[in-house]
Structure formats: C-alpha cells, structure tokens
Design a protein. Structure first.
Length: 267
C-alpha cells in the first residue's frame, strides 16, 4: 500500500478502533501475575515514541522502546521506506529514560545480521554497545537487551551475544516462558506492513488462554509511522483493559529479566 492510501486507510482504522471491544478479554481472577505482556517498540520514531510514553504514563506503566544508535545522525541511510519518519535523538531517549521508560538497543544501523559476515555483524553490535555506553545515561551492557533488526539472528551470534549483554530478542514463538534466571533468548512476533491492532489483539487472546506465559510482541510506530503501525487510540484502550486483569502484568523486557537475574551479568 502506498503512503497516501495507507494514511487514508488508517483514518478509517482509527475510527473503527475506538469501537473495538477486544473480544475474548475477560478479567482473570488469579491472584498471581501469570501473564506478562511486553510491547517492544522498535526504530525510535520521535512522534510515536513521545505519544507511546504518554499513553503508558497514563496507566503508570513503563514503555519498552528500542532505538537505532545512529538513526538521528546526518547522512543516516534508511534501511527501508518504513523508516522514513523523523526519529528521536539521545536527548529524547535520556529524557524518556528519566521518566521511567526502558531504552534498549536496536542495532548500530539496522543491518540484517543474518545476511552479512559474522565478523561484520559482531563489529556492528559492538559499535552499538559503545555508542549507547557513551550516549545513554547509566547504560550497562550487562543489564541490556539487544533487539535484533528484522528479528533476524544466527546461531553463532546467539552463542556469542550473552558474553556481551544480558539477553537478546529475535523472531520465534511470541509466548515465552515466564522470566527465569539464565534466560538469554527472547522470541517475539510482529505483523505488517499495515495496521496491527487486530493481530495484536489475537496474540493477546492466545496468551490469556494459556495457564501462564510471557508474550513479547514487536511493535513499531503509532498511527501512520513505520512498518505495521499500531493505532494510538487502540493502545490507550488496550492498556486500560489489561491493567484491570489480575493475572496480567505489563513490563518492559529488561525489567522483567532484572527481577530474576538480580546482579549484573557482565561488565
């Protein structure tokens, strides 16, 4: 769908989303939090990230925002047409972090790690770690999560990465085991290139039908920004409903793991 027709379609979707009842969502009477939900927002679009943070703050929640280290710099080469929106810089990322949101790595330049030589992929990851260490306040690699661009990893990178970071996120079954000490691989799903409201709703329904689990869903921008955007009004109403469910907890991935990992794993 081209940009113009896509935006027109999203206006219709946004109106319809206001009436969406999220079928299948019934309050769970369990006393313990048996279902964790992480919406993992990638790419760091400025307008979307600010709005996402505002919506999460409305419900006293922390958003999970993953940003490309160099996307804000002049001359940054767009990975695809779905990155053609203004992005935030580390002034914004530090501000949002200070407000309680989680800022994590989404690559040095959003390279497809399973399409380049292993040495080059490792070098880009180390550059990303170094960039974050310099620009993001209080950044500690051993407490961080590397969120693979395109959710594309390799067995070699997955074996090596835990020596550099606490964990990494790649593609796979979106319902993970509840966080446990030693958990280094997180898997997620995504959907696109058009609106994802209904798809996200269906994935949450699948989670809630299980006795327990941790759903990690890879989102991107809001409304018209990015690949597979989420309607901001839908997100608002979704969080309003989820926070009332006794079995559900909405957490950034790093926070979820920190509870069980305890001390920093690596330097």
């Amino acid at each position: 769908m081209n940009t113009v027709s896509r935006r027109e379609a999203l206006k219709t979707i946004g109106s319809a989303a206001a009436m969406l009842a999220l079928p299948g969502f019934a309050p769970n009477v369990a006393k313990n939090k048996k279902h964790i939900i992480t919406l993992s927002f990638d790419d760091g679009f400025k307008k979307s990230s600010i709005r996402t943070a505002e919506i999460y703050e409305k419900y006293k929640l922390s958003a999970c925002i993953n940003v490309i280290a160099t996307a804000h710099l002049p001359g940054f080469e767009l990975p695809s047409e779905y990155h053609n929106w203004p992005v935030g810089d580390f002034g914004l990322w530090n501000e949002l972090q200070d407000r309680g949101h989680e800022i994590m790595m989404h690559g040095y330049k959003h390279a497809h790690k399973n399409e380049i030589p292993l040495a080059e992929a490792k070098d880009l990851i180390m550059r990303c770690i170094d960039f974050f260490s310099k620009e993001l306040k209080n950044f500690k690699p051993g407490e961080s999560i590397f969120n693979f661009p395109f959710n594309a990893s390799t067995p070699e990178l997955e074996e090596w990465l835990p020596t550099q970071v606490r964990a990494f996120r790649s593609g796979g079954n979106p319902i993970n085991k509840l966080p446990y000490a030693g958990q280094v691989k997180l898997t997620c799903t995504s959907h696109g290139p058009d609106n994802i409201d209904e798809h996200l709703n269906s994935e949450i329904e699948k989670l809630l039908k299980q006795p327990s689990g941790w759903l990690i869903y890879n989102t991107h921008g809001l409304d018209e920004e990015g690949w597979g955007p989420l309607t901001s009004d839908f997100l608002d109403r979704l969080l309003a409903r989820l926070v009332q469910m006794e079995s559900v907890e909405i957490l950034p991935s790093g926070t979820a793991l920190a509870r069980v990992w305890g001390k920093t794993k690596t330097k």
